[in-house]
Design a binder for this molecule. Structure first.
Ligand code: PNS
Length: 160
């Protein structure tokens, strides 16, 4: 049986922390679906199409990683992809409360859904998308925090 895990998120932007979880998740699951969520309440830097395009570029040579987007509930999306596994990364205890709340909410929406957590590698545990946006918008370098394509697109967006 092929094990597919959904790795959902906002990815605004995609960081080395996300990449770390996907690479390690790929050692546990047969296929990873990176699912970019439409989030009506969030004012994002990149459109959903831009985020999918950027992440697609990162994984263009990896056929075990699919990049997709979804609207609506994660539990419904997971079902549509034929899986009941959601993978999330946890950077610190401050992530824990939010992640636990989401895992419980998803479990009550679909008792068959399992959320699997992976602790983000120490060297990426300080990275957050908001911090990166701030650094780049103030002219700093995010080369150690995000893939090259992401830094390039961020500079185009935030420094012009
Ligand atoms: O990267 P983020 O912003 O922490 O990701 C949050 C995300 C997209 C995984 C979460 O907001 C989500 O699953 N949204 C889809 C809507 C949904 O299913 N909500 C109910 C469960 S929280």
């Amino acid at each position: 049986m092929s094990r597919v895990a959904i790795y959902p998120g906002s990815f605004d932007p995609f960081t080395f922390g996300h990449l770390d979880i996907i690479e390690r998740g790929s050692k546990v699951f047969d296929k990873m679906v990176v699912a970019v969520a439409y989030n009506v309440s969030k004012n994002t830097t990149f459109s959903i199409e831009e985020r999918v395009e950027i992440i697609d570029e990162v994984f263009k040579d990896n056929d075990r990683v699919e990049v997709d987007s979804f609207k609506g509930l994660l539990v419904d999306y997971a079902k549509s992809k034929g899986t009941n596994i959601v993978l999330r990364g946890m950077r610190s205890v401050s992530d824990f409360e939010y992640e636990m709340q989401m895992a419980h909410a998803n479990k009550s929406l679909d008792p068959g859904l399992e959320t699997v957590f992976m602790v983000t590698s120490r060297k990426y545990s300080h990275i957050s998308s908001s911090l990166i946006r701030e650094i780049v918008s103030l002219g700093g370098s995010a080369g150690d925090l995000v893939p090259e394509v992401v830094e390039k697109k961020l500079k185009q967006k935030l420094q012009n």
